[in-house]
Ligand binder design. Structure first.
Ligand SMILES: CC(C)(COP(=O)(O)OP(=O)(O)OC[C@H]1O[C@@H](n2cnc3c(N)ncnc32)[C@H](O)[C@@H]1OP(=O)(O)O)[C@@H](O)C(=O)NCCC(=O)NCCS
Length: 158
């Protein structure tokens, strides 16, 4: 983690983000290339890249405004070779910290019920299950809605 720095994403990162997303997800969970162009331009979105000096973008997060005081985590990806080193935690902490500074201190997200690694990650960082979202990702592919209040959690700090 010590050689990894986080910085805001730029439109030039979209291709790298898409490439990484293809490594992390299969359909129906992966995003189209154009989705990253759209997400990076979306007003109020907080996007951060985790960058290795030689290997480039090894992780990223995008959170977007969801309501007057809440964001939604649109996507968070860490390359498989770089997992379990605190990069996901750092990305989430920094992105939610920036959103909280704008008054968006609540955080929602959706996650596929079978994504046990991500669910464990979110639980570890303080997210709680809100409800099942039947067929959220397509017919018969359920999701969970999860929630965290950034002001009240201790577990997320890197
Ligand atoms: C979920 C994801 C972003 C986590 O990133 P990461 O950099 O590996 O996470 P961290 O190293 O910061 O993990 C922090 C803690 O979360 C928990 N955690 C993370 N991944 C976990 C896993 N696969 N299984 C169980 N617990 C896990 C652990 O408690 C971990 O601390 P520890 O390693 O000291 O035990 C990463 O696994 C990923 O990119 N997955 C594929 C994409 C994805 O599913 N994104 C979410 C879509 S909703």
């Amino acid at each position: 983690m010590s050689r990894i720095a986080t910085r805001p994403c730029t439109p030039d990162d979209a291709a790298d983000m898409h490439r990484l997303d293809q490594v992390c997800f299969d359909a129906p969970f992966s995003f189209e290339r154009t989705t990253f162009d759209i997400l990076l331009e979306r007003p109020g979105a907080v996007s951060l890249a985790a960058v290795h000096p030689k290997q480039g973008v090894v992780g990223f997060i995008i959170v977007e405004p969801f309501s007057a005081d809440a964001t939604i985590v649109s996507t968070i990806d860490v390359h498989p070779d770089w997992r379990r080193r605190g990069i996901g935690r750092r990305l989430l902490h920094d992105a939610l910290g920036q959103a909280t500074a704008r008054g968006l201190f609540k955080s929602y997200l959706q996650v596929y019920v079978g994504n046990v690694g991500a669910i464990a990650f979110y639980r570890r960082l303080g997210y709680r299950m809100v409800k099942l979202l039947p067929s959220f990702y397509g017919e018969g592919i359920d999701g969970y809605l999860m929630f965290l209040d950034f002001r009240t959690v201790a577990g997320i700090a890197p």
